[in-house]
Design a binder for this molecule. Structure first.
Ligand code: DAT
Ligand code: MG
Length: 149
């Protein structure tokens, strides 16, 4: 099993989506390795989405994510980055299919509730931005052999 790590950052704490997101990723074979609830500083959030810095919505996005509690988690599973993006749906919830997180729970692009790393490279960058190496717990899930052949 070629396991890859990915991050999911949930801006949708206020929407009560935390449990749902954990459930969906666990259900789809991902092994939780680290999780944190925090109010991130604007500086930290700017680093998280630095690739978007030239977009007009960037200042608003950072301010919004800084306005309250967020949840950040790292999961590991086969192709978890790619699968995670499929589970999220499209950037704009209006273009997202039912059965996806954004398709089922969100309406507008600026309130799409959940972030997912878009590549293994950005996942690695995001993981080191949000967690210290010793905070990632490595273990064998008791469900491993029932999920993976
Ligand atoms: P994604 O989150 O699907 O990877 P992205 O990286 O292009 O999409 O953008 C990051 C976030 O920025 C996105 O989840 C919500 C916000 N955003 C993107 N486009 C936007 C727009 N046109 N107006 C407002 N917010 C936007
Ligand atoms: Mg993105």
């Amino acid at each position: 099993v070629a396991n890859l790590k990915g991050t999911i950052k949930l801006d949708g704490v206020q929407l009560g989506l935390v449990g749902e997101i954990i459930k969906l990723f666990k259900q789809k074979g991902s092994r939780p390795m680290a999780m944190n609830f925090l109010r991130a500083s604007e500086e930290h959030l700017k680093q998280h989405c630095i690739d978007l810095k030239d977009h007009p919505f960037f200042p608003g996005l950072v301010k919004y994510m800084n306005s309250g509690l967020i949840m950040v988690m790292v999961g590991e599973g086969l192709n978890v980055v790619k699968t995670g993006r499929v589970m999220l749906g499209e950037t704009n919830p209006g273009d997202s299919k039912r059965g996806t997180i954004r398709g089922d729970f969100c309406i507008q692009v600026g309130r799409n509730s959940t972030h997912g790393s878009d590549s293994v490279k950005s996942a690695d960058k995001e993981i080191s931005l949000w967690f210290k190496p010793e905070e990632l717990v490595d273990y064998k899930s008791c469900a491993h052999d029932w999920v993976y052949e």
